[in-house]
Structures are given as C-alpha cells and as structure tokens.
Design a protein. Sequence first.
Length: 109
Amino acid sequence: MSKHHLGEFEEIVMLTVAVLHDEAYGIAIIDEMEQRLNRKVSIGALQTVLRRLEKKGYLSSRFGEATKVRGGKRKRYFTLTSYGKKVLAEVKEQRIGLWNAIPKFVLGE
C-alpha cells in the first residue's frame, strides 16, 4: 500500500496538469477538466488544491511573462515534479489493482 493518499480532485488536477504539460495554468486547467469530465470547477477550489499539491512537493510552478491582455498580470504555470510523477504512478497501480481484483460477474462482464 502506498504512503501517498490523494483525494479524487487532487488526482484529477495532477492528471490534468500532466495532460496540459507546459500550458497548465489556472483557466486552462479548469477548461480542460470541464471539457473532459463534464464537471464544473471553481477557480477558488482549483487554486486551493494547486497550492496544497505544490506544498506537498507534487507540483512546482513558475510565472510566465506579463501580457497586456491580462492587464500586466503573469500566468502561473504548474508542472509535475519527479516526486509528483512517482505518486501518480503509485496511485495508478493501486487503482489498476483494485479494478483487476473485482470478479467479472460483479460488473456483469
């Protein structure tokens, strides 16, 4: 059993950051999650989770360049750390193990 415990939303955020790779910033993450999962995401909830994941060492962030479109504000881009990649791999293995342990008749297969 892994010592790393991710909530569902934390896992989804980390997976979305991985999907977006170098383009993972707040609004892009929300748009991707809403489009792929048909699920509404608030910017406040996302920012809280991004900061928590960064504090845990699963994500790192950097600021992009200031743009006129954003009124001079810079985007904060997020990426998975090596540690974050390891944690996601462990969580994936846990999930696969659980799915594989379900008897076929339980899900009607």
